[in-house]
Design a protein around this ligand. Structure first.
Ligand code: NDP
Ligand code: ZN
Length: 353
């Protein structure tokens, strides 16, 4: 089979590999829809997780099952499935301890395009199929379904990490596709004010549609000044970080109230340390928490978040600004994600030919 791979840090290309083999609890799927992710860009061009040789990229897919192992109960060949980007080993001790995304070691629930070949291929392998696949709901738009692999669960995890609750005033720093889903999640969880930080107009327009009450343009001035100004110098209760760089935490600390929480889902691709300002952190005593997390993954989460789409509570298909057709077009779609033209939010590749 062919797949689009990271050849080494800074280089991508097409590779030929054997079709993966199916263990007793596994499934082999072919893709129906694929999406490249900013994380693929960090992985290849920033070398953020170290070198990988000829590793097929991609972790966002909707699939069709072509083979299942003897112990798989709920899926069979021909089933159309949601595939979570994070596919934990559900029997692991880490999963039993409540951290499935770290099953087998830190970040090891993230297998596609990290520890094994990803989904940008004619076929891909899914471990623990009963725990990591979900049936594609009847009639669900493939674009919305593809956003259930990573954008929706990760954006929502930002709101979970920050523990957004009724009446909170919140800053969502970064409103690319992940941050936009965080805005939607904060609104659903009852945030009162949502300050969305970004600069691309289509993103900030969608942020407003998803529930942002104010837009803060980080290119037009310091976000600390802008947010303190809008909150009468008090700052915000909670912050979701879904963009920016290592210095974003320093800014976030300056606008967070004592007792507040920063929920980070941004993938910090470069640098050795994240600076935290001592005084603004209450000299270590400000009760300002930083929680950073990989999204949990798994079937139950996919099914529950899918319900938010089938009941019209969220519209992740609105993230898709560019649609391609055919597996060969994962390459230009990924390059679009790398170049980030200002009209891009998220590309989608439909495998319909
Ligand atoms: P995008 O690059 O599309 O969006 C980033 C956002 O951050 C944009 O709104 C951008 O603004 C904004 N931004 C950039 N620089 C700054 C800055 N200095 N200060 C404030 N805002 C800034 O990324 P995605 O939405 O695709 O992904 C967001 C992050 O989430 C990535 O790091 C990705 O790797 C990570 N991720 C994490 C996962 C997890 O499980 N934890 C899973 C999937 C992704 P502008 O409008 O100017 O572009
Ligand atoms: Zn992703």
């Amino acid at each position: 089979m062919k797949g689009f791979a990271m050849l080494k840090i800074g280089a991508t290309g097409w590779v030929e590999k054997d079709i993966p083999s199916c263990g007793p609890m596994d499934a082999i799927c072919k893709p129906l829809a694929l999406a490249p992710c900013t994380s693929d860009i960090h992985t290849v061009w920033a070398g953020a997780i170290g070198d990988r040789k000829d590793m097929i990229l991609g972790h966002e897919a909707v699939g069709e099952v072509v083979e299942v192992g003897a112990l798989v109960k709920d899926f069979k060949p021909g089933d159309k499935v949601l595939v979570s980007a994070i596919t934990p080993d559900w029997n692991s001790l880490e999963a039993q301890g409540g951290y499935p995304m770290h099953s087998g070691g830190m970040l090891s629930g993230w297998k596609f395009s990290n520890f094994k070949d990803g989904v940008f291929a004619e076929y891909f392998h899914v471990n623990d199929a009963d725990g990591n696949l979900a049936h594609l709901p009847e009639g669900m738009d493939l674009g919305a379904a593809a956003m259930l692999a990573d954008m929706v669960p990760t954006g929502f995890h930002g709101a979970e990490l920050a523990d957004i609750s009724f009446g909170d005033n919140v800053a969502v720093i970064g409103v690319g596709p992940v941050g936009l889903m965080s805005v939607a999640a904060c609104a659903i969880r009852g945030a009162a004010e949502i300050f969305a930080v970004g600069s691309r107009k289509n993103c900030t327009d969608l942020a407003r549609e998803f529930g942002a009450t104010d837009i803060i343009n980080y290119r037009e001035g310091d976000i600390v000044e802008q947010i303190l100004d809008k909150t009468h110098g008090k700052g915000v209760d909670k912050i979701v970080v879904a963009g920016g760089d290592n210095n974003t935490f320093a800014q976030a600390m300056q606008i967070l109230k004592p007792g507040g929480i920063i929920g980070n889902v941004n993938y910090l691709g470069e640098g050795e340390f994240v600076p935290i300002p001592r005084v603004e952190w209450g000299c270590g005593m400000g009760h300002k928490q930083i929680r950073g997390g990989l999204m949990p993954g798994g079937r139950l989460r996919s099914e529950k978040l899918a319900r938010l789409i089938t009941t019209n509570r969220i519209h992740p298909e609105k993230l898709i600004t560019h649609t391609f057709h055919g597996l060969e077009n994962v390459e230009p779609a990924l390059m679009l994600m790398k170049d980030k033209p200002r009209d891009l939010i998220k590309p989608l590749v439909l495998i319909d030919k």
